[in-house]
Write a protein that binds this ligand. Structure first.
Ligand code: SF4
Length: 430
């Protein structure tokens, strides 16, 4: 079957927008829908959706670009509406509503920095997104109009990154880093690249999904000197892979940016193996590795969107062997309260003994895998050459913490009840 990528059909409300406007990311952000009145010009809202606006607007910001609203508007694509349409179900307490399910505020050593793993740090450069996804994990930070980090805080964050030599990888996130202007984004990339021990820069973004016109050939060219830059996209559904998204992904892949996708399993949106396989195969065809299939975090107001662990595992088991290893995303759950990621894999083991293990494969073939006879451990002869690097990686975070005398910073990431007013020395430019 030939894979098809159709252009987004504009809803009638945008029929008169010029091509130039429609294809301008600044126009898409300027014209984004934020209120019930805005949405009712584009969508025929159901009674339930109308009450959702009243109920949920206090809990989490509401926003959609004209492009993504057009993609979600048609009834055949109703499942996508659940991603952007607020619901009064968000106010239900749920099984485990957490404001900060990833425990980021416990690992917040400098403004807008989360340092949870030894060799990686998350840099929340802006809290703004062009679409506010109802399942967002970072509601404690995202969408509070703090925008680009303040100059003084930016310098503090850079100074932390400079002085912690164990940090090899910085993940730009937010909010969505690609809502920053080219000037702001390039400045951040340049500053990070000037830190010698930072090897990898990652950008986590949903812009290729909700506003693909953001990624221009000028931007991609200007980013090239700061590579390697890994781009983590966030497509959740095959319908989001439009002709426009395809062009954007091609642009980035042709510029040598490795592309990975992180999807979230969402009830009533994509929780079926048929949908996950369609998404994964299309992504792979467009040179995007399907990387994670996340269990939705128990962020506040998400109970109605979450799948059960059993359902997610069943989807994964169904896909196992039918999708190639390249196309198969890892099912992963973040242990609530900041316990880190755990990969879930189907259990194919039937029995084990010292001599081996008995497995039954995905299509029912069972056989024992036997350990070597008279097994004796043997190390690679050149391992010593790599041990210092390995020891350094294992102890990076502890050493850094000892060096700073366990001083932790908890004051920057604001909560929904304590939103820090922000003065911006570099303002948003859309
Ligand atoms: S784009 Fe990401 S950070 Fe922004 S609302 Fe969606 S899930 Fe949250």
């Amino acid at each position: 079957m030939k894979l098809k990528f159709d252009s987004v059909l504009r809803v009638p409300f945008y029929a008169h927008a010029s091509e130039e406007d429609w294809n301008s990311w600044q126009w898409q952000l300027r014209e984004s829908l934020k209120t019930q009145e805005d949405f009712s010009q584009v969508f025929t809202l159901t009674e339930e959706e109308k009450s959702g606006f009243q109920a949920a607007k206090e809990l989490f910001n509401i926003r959609a670009t004209p492009y993504y609203a057009s993609l979600c508007n048609f009834s055949s694509q109703a499942s996508l509406r659940k991603i952007l349409m607020p619901s009064n179900l968000e106010l239900h307490a749920g099984a485990q509503a957490q404001l900060d399910p990833l425990g980021e505020r416990k690992n917040n050593p400098a403004p807008r920095l989360v340092h949870r793993y030894p060799d990686r740090a998350l840099f929340l450069v802006t809290d703004i997104c062009s679409v506010y996804c109802r399942y967002c994990t970072r509601k404690h930070f995202t969408g509070h109009a703090q925008a680009f980090i303040k100059e003084s805080e930016y310098e503090q964050a850079l100074s932390y990154l400079r002085s912690h030599q164990g940090i090899r990888e910085v993940i730009l996130s937010g909010g969505d880093p690609l809502t920053l202007s080219d000037t702001q984004l390039l400045r951040v990339l340049k500053d990070l690249r000037s830190i010698e021990h930072i090897e990898i820069i990652r950008i986590g973004t949903r812009m290729p999904v909700v506003c693909p016109m953001r990624i221009t050939s000028e931007l991609v060219e200007a980013m090239k000197p700061y590579g390697p830059i890994y781009v983590m996209t966030h497509f959740n559904h095959p319908r989001e892979l439009t002709a426009e998204a395809k062009s954007t992904l091609n642009l980035m892949a042709n510029a040598g940016m490795p592309l990975f996708n992180q999807m979230v399993l969402l009830r009533g949106v994509n929780n079926h193996p048929a949908i996950v396989q369609a998404l994964s195969r299309r992504l792979l065809y467009l040179r995007v590795k399907p990387y994670y299939m996340f269990q939705c975090d128990p962020s506040e107001g998400t109970d109605h969107l979450r799948t059960s662990l059993e359902e997610s595992e069943e989807i994964q088991r169904e896909l196992w062997g039918k999708l190639s290893g390249l196309a198969m995303p890892h099912l992963s759950v973040d242990v609530p309260s900041g316990g880190g990621k755990i990969s879930l894999v189907p259990n194919f083991e039937l029995a084990r003994s010292p001599s081996g293990r008995l497995y039954k494969g995905f299509d029912g073939v069972s056989e024992e895998y036997k350990n070597p006879l008279n097994f004796k451990a043997e190390l690679p002869s050149d391992v010593a050459q790599y041990l210092p690097e390995w020891e350094e990686l294992k102890s990076a975070k502890n050493k850094d913490r000892q060096a700073e005398g366990q001083v932790r910073y908890h004051g920057n990431i604001s909560t929904t009840t304590n939103i820090a007013p922000n003065e911006h020395t570099l303002s948003q430019t859309f």
